[in-house]
Design a protein around this ligand. Sequence first.
Ligand SMILES: C[S@@+](CC[C@H](N)C(=O)[O-])C[C@H]1O[C@@H](n2cnc3c(N)ncnc32)[C@H](O)[C@@H]1O
Length: 396
Amino acid sequence: MLTKTTVATKRKYNVLDVKSAKKVATFWLERAKLENAIEFGLPEVDDRYHIWRVPLVGKASHERIGEIVIDAYTSLILEDKSTAPEVLEARLLGRNGHQKAKTKKQNGAYVLSSLRNTIAHGDSEELLQELPAESVNLIFTSPPYYNARPEYTDYVTYEEYLLKIRKIIQNAHRVLAEGCFFVMNVSPVLIRRSSRNEASRRIAVPFDMHRLFTEEGYDFIDDIIWEKPEGAGWATSRGRRFAADRNPLQYKPVPVTEYILVYRKHTDKLIDWNIRAHPNKEIVKASKIGDDYERTNVWRITPAHDPRHPAIFPIELAEKVIRYYSFVGDVVLDPFAGIGTVGKAAIKLGRRFVLLEQNPEYISIIREETKSWLGKEVQQVHTINCAPIDASNILF
Ligand SMILES: C[S@@+](CC[C@H](N)C(=O)[O-])C[C@H]1O[C@@H](n2cnc3c(N)ncnc32)[C@H](O)[C@@H]1O
């Protein structure tokens, strides 16, 4: 190290040592908003070309993903010789095979994710394969309904629908960090009868989902019942026949609940480990839940409606799940993001979001919404398969 510093001194470089090289590189990283995801290797001077090379290492992967090259005389960054921020981002996300999918764990420690707030347009089965392994700390989602509404006619049979959800649960398993939670809001669906002579059919989707989760490597933790206050979103017509005739066997209660199924990615470690192994005790403390928490597995929450999407869940629901099953600073993923309720709640609670959605209209809505959630920070949102967010019309 001493000789290198001596060479720099002898040559009368402006950048004299490792510390100064790192300082220059830090400005560049901060400007690219990558300082939380990348750290430096050992800078080296190259006096043939009068430059410093500062290796860039992914904080999560500990792998070299590029370098910053500094003109040793002027201390200016040589942009054309340095790895472009977009390339670094792609490598951080494990694309192009530059970052191996696995996030390395040190001595069984809980690894903090380096993912930024991300909006991705496309089929989540595929998008999940592009995210780095174990880079997400909580998944909360509500899957598309099986043909319950005319908008959702993608699946020919119920089996085909289940297979699609299975693949997404399977791909999500790789992306979810050890011992973290996958929470799903799901309810039975009613397949309306096509004629008076036919019976309507109710499919117990949550029980089939349970099977998918346990077969794909998750442990069942809890079934929470979301109860809707009287009248709110109730399908009241269901009990009409019985109310009129009162014949046994015709009894059909009005469904006023949905399930919130809670699973944990299988691990031999106790939940306690996730808390103890967290590297930042202050964050663990800041994530503690106040006295007004839900004591039972019945949560009474008024449903939400939005003219822009037929099936959103209330932000209050997303907030409860995020508070109870993640730490401040964690990354929360919704593979069926809709108009991004999970993202909004995540930001409100100091977490980061990864929102995957295949409908371009909903992606446009999320992109607009993020401006109000994030203000000027919106410029740092990572976008996949859609343009970066134009922040020029926001008043900062
Ligand atoms: C029940 S909605 C979720 C609504 C969301 N919780 C909200 O509050 O806005 C399900 C969403 O999944 C999307 N979707 C369905 N299949 C998908 C897939 N394979 N990949 C990504 N998104 C998908 C639909 O377009 C729909 O917006």
